[in-house]
Design a binder for this molecule. Structure first.
Ligand code: VGL
Ligand code: ZN
Length: 205
């Protein structure tokens, strides 16, 4: 069985949001169109408490883009984003959510960030997504969403580690490119790890 995983298509990652991914809104029509090709559609949501350790505002003298050690892990600091139960954390209003059967939230522990939809950045706690997909007999997963160089990339890495055949839909992703080249590198690294990069048009028939 194949599953589509829609990664973090949330208001704060769209233009005008708190942590805008350039052209992030362009993935919405692709997400809406592609869902009809899947029996199972899952979404992830970045879902932080307001005291989250990845927010620069929670560290005196720090600004977004600075690095700290958070729970023993290198952490880039972000603007306050995707705070639980706020508009910024909601799915984009244009996203068709009717076919999404399950939503997995991540980044809920203030002490550690979580880019992957499967595990936190220290691989300490699972979100339950991997076991859920296995229980559903999913063998192949298709990933798209925001941001290419963070949550999409690390979700793909974990999916491959768990053993799913993993495809990333290139035009269904947009990235941050904090360092120019990060987006290109993300696709390269996903391929190197055993993933496949496809275009959404490959579903047209
Ligand atoms: C993300 C940075 C911080 C993402 C989440 O969804 O890619 N990026 N939190
Ligand atoms: Zn976040």
């Amino acid at each position: 069985m194949e599953a589509l995983i829609l990664v973090d298509i949330q208001n704060d990652f769209l233009p005008g949001g708190a942590l805008p991914v350039p052209c992030g809104d362009e993935v919405i029509p692709i997400a809406n169109n592609i869902q009809k090709h899947f029996e199972l559609v899952i979404a992830t949501q970045d879902w932080h408490p307001s005291n989250h350790g990845s927010f620069a505002a929670n560290h005196t003298g720090k600004k977004p883009g600075d690095f700290i050690m958070l729970d023993g892990i290198d952490q880039v600091l972000w603007p306050v984003h995707c705070v639980e139960e706020t508009y910024g954390a909601d799915f984009a209003p244009g996203l068709n959510t009717d076919h999404i059967t399950n939503v997995f939230k991540k980044g809920t522990d203030p002490a550690i960030d979580s880019y992957s939809g499967f595990y936190d950045n220290g691989h300490r706690k699972s979100t339950g997504l991997g076991d859920f997909l296995k229980n559903m007999n999913v063998s192949d997963i298709y990933i798209m969403g925001l941001a290419t160089d963070y949550c999409v990339k690390f979700s793909a890495f974990d999916a491959l580690k768990i053993g799913f055949k993993t495809c990333v839909i290139e035009d269904g992703c947009r990235g941050i490119d904090l360092s120019p080249g990060d987006i290109k590198n993300a696709f390269f690294e996903i391929k190197k790890a055993g993933g496949t990069i496809i275009k959404s048009s490959s579903f047209d028939r």
